[in-house]
Design a protein around this ligand. Structure first.
Ligand SMILES: Cc1ncc(COP(=O)(O)O)c(C=O)c1O
Length: 421
């Protein structure tokens, strides 16, 4: 047997992150034949039309104006108090759910997922999320001995599949006695779907019904990583109110991230926001999560926390940030609309897009299609059930061009499959 030093639980297949790998290939192609000839739709970050990373001036001028000691010093384990307040303000924007809320800082939204999953599931538990989902949910769970089960995200009309959600939810909660479910909305990665207010009502009515059995423990993890890139900032935050005054055996944890909303991907700053109608449960959330912070990363990026706190405390600075963000959001909306329209024009099937960084296309043989597309200098990400196109990273002009190229590649792979079959 091949020599291995790693502990049993830490032995994983040797595979590079597929997304980063394709992204590197796209960059190599850009170097070889020029950026204008390559469509790189692999990157999950806002890029300008020339393919350069967008960084908000309002954020970075603030960071650079901080005194060194505000960047250098250790932060409190659960985050600075002013940061915790600022998180609530920017996340809820006046739509705070009634009840007890506690905030614990985390390295990005990923850290919030880790905090929540570790502290609210047992070893061997099954976590519920939709069939189209961000793969790190599975990776974070897997490392801790948890696995992921899926419901179908869409019904035949392209809306949230409440029936499938309820079936899976009931199955898991009956078996486990507890359930931890992740819903990534608004601007779901990878599909761009946003759960509507009516759909949230249906989801919560069902959860309340299940919660009548007081032995059941229900945790909603609401991943709002893309909430700052929705068409209407205020409308899309109204749903937060629905998480107020829920039964005591329903806990809500909101996963907040500065990565997208503040173009702060590498600064690694986020938070887990626990919401409960019972103060003891909210306090328990705070202390359990804080213990995990200590056990994993100690404390977070103090400079990044200061950036958010100072932006939120200063109306003029915040207005400047909002204006800047709006200009990028408008750019994103134009790109996404161009892609959706062009897809319609060539009869390319896509999943219902509402908001956010990505559009997805359902198809068979996603890996083969991706490879085929690299021959046309178009790079996107293969998923289990289709392809993900990052409208956040591609110019409007290229967003308009891409659907036809993708349609052709799908046709080609289908005909090869057909002749083989
Ligand atoms: C669905 C989803 N959740 C959470 C995150 C959190 O990212 P980060 O840890 O960079 O804040 C991301 C980033 O890509 C994401 O796509």
């Amino acid at each position: 047997m091949k020599l291995s030093m790693v502990a049993d639980h830490a032995r994983w297949p040797k595979e590079n992150d597929m997304i980063f790998n394709l992204s590197e290939r796209a960059q190599a192609a850009e170097k070889a034949i020029g950026k204008e000839n390559v469509i790189n739709a692999t990157i999950g970050a806002l890029m300008d039309d020339e393919g350069k990373l967008i960084t908000m001036d309002s954020v970075y001028s603030q960071l650079k104006s901080l005194p060194n000691n505000q960047i250098s010093a250790y932060a409190s384990i659960a985050g600075q108090d002013d940061y915790k307040e600022a998180v609530k303000k920017v996340c809820f924007q006046g739509n705070d759910p009634d009840g007890y809320t506690r905030v614990v800082a985390s390295p990005g939204g990923s850290g919030a997922i880790k905090l929540a999953m570790w502290n609210y599931t047992n070893p061997g538990d099954v976590i519920l999320t939709s069939d189209w989902y961000w793969s790190p949910y599975g990776i974070i769970g897997e490392e801790a001995g948890r696995s992921v089960a899926n419901y179908k995200l869409f019904n035949k009309d392209g809306n949230f599949n409440t029936e499938s959600f309820k079936d899976k939810f009931a199955e898991i909660v009956d078996k486990q006695g507890n359930i931890f479910t992740i819903i990534n909305s608004p601007g779901h990665n990878p599909t761009g779907y946003s759960v509507s207010d009516e759909e949230w009502d249906e989801i919560l009515d069902f959860a309340k019904e299940v919660a009548k059995d007081e032995s059941k423990k229900i945790v909603f993890f609401i991943d709002v990583a893309y909430i700052d890139f929705v068409k209407d900032d205020l409308e899309s935050r109204k749903f937060f109110r629905k998480f107020g005054d829920l039964p005591e055996n329903i806990l809500t944890i909101v996963g907040f991230s500065m990565s997208k909303g503040f173009t702060a991907y590498g600064m690694r700053m986020g938070a887990a926001i626990g919401i409960s109608s019972n103060e003891d449960i909210a306090e328990e959330f705070y202390y359990s999560a804080m213990h995990s912070c200590r056990a994993n990363w100690s404390n977070c990026n103090r400079g990044a926390m200061s950036v958010l706190s100072t932006l939120v405390a200063d109306q003029a600075k915040f207005a400047q940030y909002e204006e800047e963000k709006k200009s990028y959001k408008d750019m994103l909306v134009r790109r996404a609309e161009s892609f959706v329209e062009a897809a319609k024009g060539v009869d390319l099937e896509i999943l219902p897009y509402r908001d956010g960084f990505f559009v997805s296309l359902p198809c068979d043989n996603p890996r083969e299609i991706c490879e085929e597309l690299t021959k046309e200098n178009l790079y996107l990400v293969p998923l289990k059930m289709g392809l993900r196109f990052a409208v956040c990273a591609v110019s409007e002009e290229k967003c308009r061009k891409a659907p036809k190229v993708i349609k052709e590649a799908i046709k080609k792979i289908k005909s090869v499959e057909g002749s083989l079959g």
